[in-house]
Design a protein around this ligand. Sequence first.
Ligand SMILES: Nc1ncnc2c1ncn2[C@@H]1O[C@H](COP(=O)(O)OP(=O)(O)O)[C@@H](O)[C@H]1O
Ligand SMILES: O=c1[nH]cc([C@@H]2O[C@H](COP(=O)(O)O)[C@@H](O)[C@H]2O)c(=O)[nH]1
Length: 367
Amino acid sequence: MKDKERMVMERIKRNPYITQNELANELHLSRSAVAGYISALMKKGTIVGRAYMFPEEGSITCIGGANVDRKASLKSNFQKNTSNPVSTTQALGGVARNIAESLGRLSVPVTLLTVVGDDQEATWLLDKTTPYVDMSHVLRLPGKNTGSYTAVLDDSGDMIVAFADMDICEDVEVNFVRDKWSVIRSSKHVLLDTNFSTEVIAEVIRSCKEDQIALCIAPVSAPKIKQLPEDLNGVTYLICNYGEAVEWVGHKGDCYEQLADGILNKGVGNVVITDGKNGIFYKQKQGTTNHLEVVEVPVTDATGAGDAFVAGFLYALNEDKTLEEACVVGMNCSALTLSTYETVSSRLNVANLKKEQLDLVEELGTL
Ligand SMILES: Nc1ncnc2c1ncn2[C@@H]1O[C@H](COP(=O)(O)OP(=O)(O)O)[C@@H](O)[C@H]1O
Ligand SMILES: O=c1[nH]cc([C@@H]2O[C@H](COP(=O)(O)O)[C@@H](O)[C@H]2O)c(=O)[nH]1
């Protein structure tokens, strides 16, 4: 068997969903050359036919960034223009990846559509995420660096500043979404972050609207919320923090309702604004508005609290809970993450989530 033919066969074995275009991109061949190799493999009987695969019920597809996070925790107050003593840790990150891993840990069938390079970081990221998430559709770009995020945290675990090098996301094109549409379309919910370009984001929104798939957007940061297109018709849920909402649609000092209205006016169906220990505000285009209190918990490391909230929220919606119930589950998921240095808590599972719920209920003194 020729080398190229073997490479085509091995990739199909690893991912029976792979398209001819994807094979052509990965192997630097033309699509017609790939078609030729596939036809030769079929003639030899190495491939006996295409599998018909059924989507897993209640699955979620997460689309967006995957990073290696490096965190430096200051041992004393930050001082400019000198070297500050820190302890450093490394973890996996990227908003869509964090949410996908959390959902996987909560036993939800989940697929991640993201992009990585061909460096050691990519191998580490794929190895560590695969136990929880279907990573067979991840785009690997030869010669590119996997995304990274470097944060400096103060001695109470809050971020002072962070730097995200995610140039690799600029190489993801609209065709990536189109090629993967059969995977995306089979999901009960789609989660999209704002690491990819406005064109890619707009394509996901347009297609989810056309196929009536529930779409939840988690903007990544104040600068990246601006990557959202103007028209958000087709977005079922948008979950952002107060700072992101102010940067995007408001002014400092705006109340939650003013910010929520600004977002709903763009076409979103339901908006949730998180504001750390100050609680959660949600407003539905057709329905209710509410401000929920959170039970304050000691913070070890705040990284990933917002992503954990989204994961808990989607987990609950997938279980057919209401929007308000989903917000409460989201808060419990965040509480688990806040208590560890990990971006995604390794203690996250359905049993611990239920226990967290009971502990909080006890603390609130209500049932
Ligand atoms: N000190 C805290 N005590 C309890 N929960 C918190 C605390 N800080 C954050 N959270 C939880 O984490 C969620 C997300 O935090 P927030 O700071 O709003 O977003 P982000 O992490 O995206 O900046 C909040 O909605 C809340 O449920
Ligand atoms: O431009 C980006 N910045 C940061 C992240 C990710 O966001 C997470 C931190 O989330 P939060 O801000 O909710 O703590 C980290 O895992 C980091 O990799 C990202 O995907 N894109």
